[in-house]
Design a binder for this molecule. Sequence first.
Ligand code: HEM
Length: 262
Amino acid sequence: MRIIIIIEVEEKVMNQENTMSRPSGRSVIEFQKFYIPFIWVFVPCFAYAFLRYTVFHNEPWYDLPFYLMNKVLGVTAVMLMAAAYVLGPAANLWPKFKQYLAHRKYLGLGGFMLGSAHGFMSLLLMNPNNYSVFFNATNGRLNWQGSLSMFFGTLALVHLGFLACISFPPVMKIMDGRQWKALQRGGIWALWITFAHIAAFGYKSWFNLEKWYGGMPPFSMIGASSILLLLCLRYALSFYGLRVKARQFTPSTKQRLIEKTV
Ligand code: HEM
């Protein structure tokens, strides 16, 4: 009898604990805000990598699930993150883009996760047989290109990790809004650092037309130029947006805004 009562009491306490530890908020994760743009970017990138490396460069099929996938994840990550930084200035100019502003968080966090997966996979692959360009042929240690590229890759990952941490709702709630926004905008630096990460090992192959298998530029060039293109687009849209706003204000405000853009 006593044992049954103890079991019943324990069950009640456990049930109470279970309901207490369950989240009670109403927010749901809107996965579609990540996976729809992800599919739009990932599929063409994968097709490009497959054509360039497997078809035209005859790389073995068993490279597809890991070695090639690693490249595709890296490039997809930068494209999604860079796209997130274009949405803000685009929405300032064209109100129909406002509906996509909520995508920025998903693109940023999703890009960070893909970048982390890419970093982890790269470390598993890291040896002179896979990445001869990173290593010294004589002593098998990292050369200048490898050291710099690894340094910038790690730095980018740490920077993105910090931005992901401050995007957690409990952290966001207690942070000053202006500082939070400024820090998120500073994420553009993580993209420039990623540019350095790619350029450090890839720049030689960009200008060597023999390495353009099937006439297709190296994948590292696609990754680096997408960062350049999207960030230039962001700067152009911001500049244009400020000029449009300046036209709507009084002469003194207008002067200040123009000075700010110059
Ligand atoms: C610890 C962190 C990282 C390591 C160890 C790392 C390592 C590498 C390696 C070894 C490559 C050459 C891959 C190849 O030629 O097959 C590479 C390329 C690349 N990485 Fe990273 N990476 C890191 C972080 C990142 C991050 C955070 C991003 C972006 C968010 C990124 C984006 C890229 C891109 C776009 C390429 C060019 C694609 C290619 O040609 O392979 N990497 N990375």
